[in-house]
Design a protein around this ligand. Structure first.
Ligand SMILES: [Zn+2]
Length: 429
């Protein structure tokens, strides 16, 4: 009896806590980040065998898992349907951006936040009008309508004198041209502060702010001299959004985890995970200091069927992954059409371990065919770390879910992706 009373009091305390909504919401989406990615990252970032189980931010914030299936009976979602579910709470068909299965527009939590008078932001490592950020901002019956979607970032407003999105950081210069009277130029004239250089994020001092750092997606972290670019964008974003008393909603996408997964490129994926983890840590520190901010992370789906352990061996070698210093696309470009006897020497500047003569011969057999060469390289380099892949597409496995801050208890256990959105929409008021 006493025990039950104590339990009842604890429940009441929990529901009283739940009644206090967060002032700010930061929603991280790792595109393609299935559970094998967060697991691999734990072993990848550990310094030695001694600290193999050292905790990552994903472990620290983990509260549950989420199912990702789309509206149809395929079970496997794409990023547009996945993001539409996460942004609106309604499942749709693959390719849908902010519209339901009947192509009717849906309101996202970002639009709801703006309607309540909150400031809003989107940050991504791909172009900002790509499927995931697009589903929070725009409506389109196809994710491929990139220009139409970009236009809505500016033209879609709830009030004439207020932008729908106060903070936009990522790639996509080609969709927001700065020539007179073009979209980017119109936004700047309307009042957006603008920069096109990551090194000048500090030059953004107020909202609304627009930072576009590549024509389309940003370079892969593994190929970049600024591998922590998402962390830098999130730090700048929180500086801008956090300087006002107004509540804010911020969506952050680790976009390129998925792209590396499509290429079955483990070194590329781990460097993207490293930047994504660092970006969540920036938000975690912000939320810890303020106590009024909810941070949630999840993924839209998994990509590539990544697994740790392959070829019948009971091992996964993160040390081999760390010795790969460029993306498969970059290494393939360096090898393409080169004389096979040069391959070992060229590879030595990108890969810290030696390939066997047999592997070099296999690569040489496709030295003039870009796609075949890249996939052969993927097979060989994956085999060295015992990394397994099942597909060049997406898979339907459940994805990790984590949360901290006021309202975090809403994300415990197994949720559907639409339940995550519904819980967040409940709290944005
Ligand atoms: Zn994908």
């Amino acid at each position: 009896m006493l025990k039950n009373m104590a339990f009842g009091v604890a429940l009441m305390a929990a529901s009283a806590q739940a009644a206090e909504p967060p002032k700010n919401v930061i929603f991280f989406i790792g595109d393609g980040m299935g559970p094998a990615y967060t697991t691999a990252y734990r072993y990848y970032q550990a310094d030695s065998k001694v600290s193999l189980v050292s905790e990552t931010v994903f472990d620290r914030l983990l509260t549950g898992s989420a199912s990702t299936f789309p509206h149809d009976d395929t079970v496997v979602t794409d990023s547009a349907a996945g993001a539409t579910a996460l942004a609106t709470g309604t499942k749709s068909y693959n390719g849908a951006v902010g519209v339901d299965a009947h192509k009717q527009p849906l309101d996202s939590m970002l639009v709801q936040a703006k309607a309540r008078g909150w400031n809003t932001g989107v940050i991504a490592t791909t172009h900002v009008n790509h499927a995931t950020p697009a589903s929070f901002v725009a409506h389109s019956d196809s994710r491929r309508n990139y220009q139409e979607i970009a236009d809505q970032f500016y033209s879609r407003r709830l009030r004439e004198n207020q932008p729908l999105v106060d903070l936009i950081l990522g790639g996509g210069q080609r969709y927001f041209p700065m020539e007179p009277d073009q979209l980017g130029d119109r936004m700047v004239n309307w009042g957006y502060q603008y920069t096109d250089k990551l090194s000048q994020l500090d030059s953004l001092t107020r909202l609304p702010a627009l930072g576009l750092f590549a024509p389309k997606q940003l370079p892969y972290a593994v190929d970049s001299d600024q591998p922590k670019r998402l962390g830098a964008m999130v730090a700048a974003g929180l500086r801008l959004l956090g300087q006002s008393d107004t509540s804010f909603f911020l969506m952050v996408e680790g976009s390129l985890i998925d792209w590396c997964g499509h290429d079955n490129d483990i070194a590329c994926a781990m460097k993207e995970m490293d930047d994504f983890a660092g970006a969540i840590e920036v938000a975690e520190a912000f939320a810890k200091e303020r106590g009024d901010t909810l941070v949630v992370f999840t993924a839209d789906h998994s990509t590539g069927g990544l697994t740790l352990g392959a070829g019948g061996e009971y091992r996964w070698e993160s040390a081999q992954v760390k010795q790969i210093k460029a993306s498969l696309r970059t290494i393939t470009e360096a090898l393409l059409n080169q004389a096979p006897e040069q391959f070992a020497q060229i590879l030595a500047s990108y890969v810290g371990f030696e390939l066997t003569q047999e592997e070099l011969t296999e690569l040489a057999s496709v030295s003039k065919e870009e796609e075949a060469l890249r996939w052969k390289l993927a097979d060989i380099l994956s085999a060295h770390s015992f990394t397994g892949w099942t597909t060049s597409g997406h898979t339907a496995v459940d994805v990790p879910l984590g949360a901290m801050g006021p309202g975090a208890e809403q994300f415990m256990g197994h949720l559907d992706n639409t339940d995550i959105a519904k819980a967040l929409k409940q709290m944005i008021r």
